[in-house]
Design a protein around this ligand. Structure first.
Ligand SMILES: Nc1ncnc2c1ncn2[C@@H]1O[C@H](COP(=O)(O)OP(=O)(O)OP(=O)(O)O)[C@@H](O)[C@H]1O
Ligand SMILES: [Mg+2]
Length: 309
């Protein structure tokens, strides 16, 4: 089998005259966790729905597991596990029934569906809930159940559209551990998330999209290094005049500055020297934080700090 699981070339999705996805190119390699990141309305779910063969490609090419993606493409659908953004569990069925019925879609016989359901409910730590109605589950348990259900068909490509939105830290940690376990088993994963720490931990490669276009791509470490620089100095409680004085002084250094509320952020390398010099010039207030730059910094630099609708 080819090493390319998904290949998109000049991929477009239109809704009427509106272009939600505007000619994007990317490939997802076998066995990797690929992140699709972007603000609300960036076009992530629209892209995912085309990959899942749930909606037509408007223009361009999209192949999934070697097949052209389109709504009639059953060969692809059978090999996917999908955690959609809105979980579409059947609330009137039990936890076990939700997984078993899904297994039947994938051609499992009732015996095999039961065996697989038991195994996956245990994998997602839901075995004690198997006979409960879905409506009795907490949000975190529902999300875990959707992931268990997505694994029923032993997918070659697992698609996770915001799998941990709304989960508490314990449940997120559990899901991260399971995603890593699936990665080790060789499952290829496509992940969208608004949690940049999650993307930084899990993704091997990622793209940042906005308004239907790809702004940047690379591994998390590579993007942090290339887009913002490795270090960040965060100085809270700085008024405009102080911020301007610091930024002007730093003009000669290989750093760049940004504003976030009343904080000044300085990104780049040689941060020890920058801090020494700011101290020396009496430009640094008593309170400041020095930290590693993160994927969140990359995301905000690329997509801006303005609120999206
Ligand atoms: N069925 C549809 N009909 C019309 N417009 C749509 C439809 N689905 C999505 N859109 C629009 O396409 C754009 C991209 O939506 P999409 O759901 O792909 O974004 P997203 O990146 O998944 O956002 P979020 O982070 O909020 O989930 C948005 O402007 C949305 O309103
Ligand atoms: Mg979405």
């Amino acid at each position: 089998m080819s090493d390319t699981v998904v290949m998109a070339k000049r991929l477009v999705k239109r809704f009427g005259a509106f272009e939600a996805v505007r000619g994007i190119d990317f490939t997802i390699a076998l066995g990797e966790c690929f992140g699709l990141l972007g603000p609300n309305g960036a076009g992530k779910s629209s892209t995912i729905r085309m990959i899942c063969c749930l909606t037509d490609v408007s223009q361009g090419t999209l192949t999934v597991l070697g097949w052209p993606a389109h709504p009639g493409q059953r060969a692809v659908k059978r090999q996917l596990g999908v955690v959609a953004q809105d979980d579409n569990l059947d609330p009137s069925l039990t936890v076990r029934e939700n997984t078993e019925i899904h297994g039947r879609f994938y051609g499992l016989d009732s015996c095999e569906a039961r065996r697989r359901s038991d195994e996956l409910l245990a994998f997602m730590q839901l075995e004690g809930r198997a006979n409960e109605q879905v409506r009795a589950l907490s949000g975190g348990m529902r999300r875990r159940l959707v992931i268990a259900r997505a694994l029923m068909g032993n997918p070659r490509l697992l698609i996770l559209d915001e799998p941990t939105t709304g989960l508490d830290p314990q449940a997120r940690l559990l899901v991260w551990g399971k995603i890593n376990e699936l990665k080790r088993q060789g499952v290829t994963i496509l992940l969208t998330t608004h949690y940049m720490d999650e993307a930084e931990r899990l993704c091997d490669q990622l793209v940042v999209v906005d308004h239907g276009e790809i702004l940047e791509r690379g591994s998390p470490g590579d993007l942090i290094h290339r887009v913002v620089g490795d270090d960040c100095l965060e100085v809270p409680g700085v008024d405009e005049r102080q911020a301007r004085a610091m930024a002007q002084f730093l003009d000669d250094y290989p750093v760049w500055t940004d504003r976030q509320a009343d904080s000044l952020l300085v990104y780049g390398g040689q941060m020890d020297e920058v801090i020494d010099q700011l101290h020396w010039k009496n430009l640094l207030p008593r309170t400041y934080y020095r930290r590693r730059a993160s994927l969140e910094d990359v995301f905000l630099k690329l997509t801006g700090r303005e609120l999206r609708d």
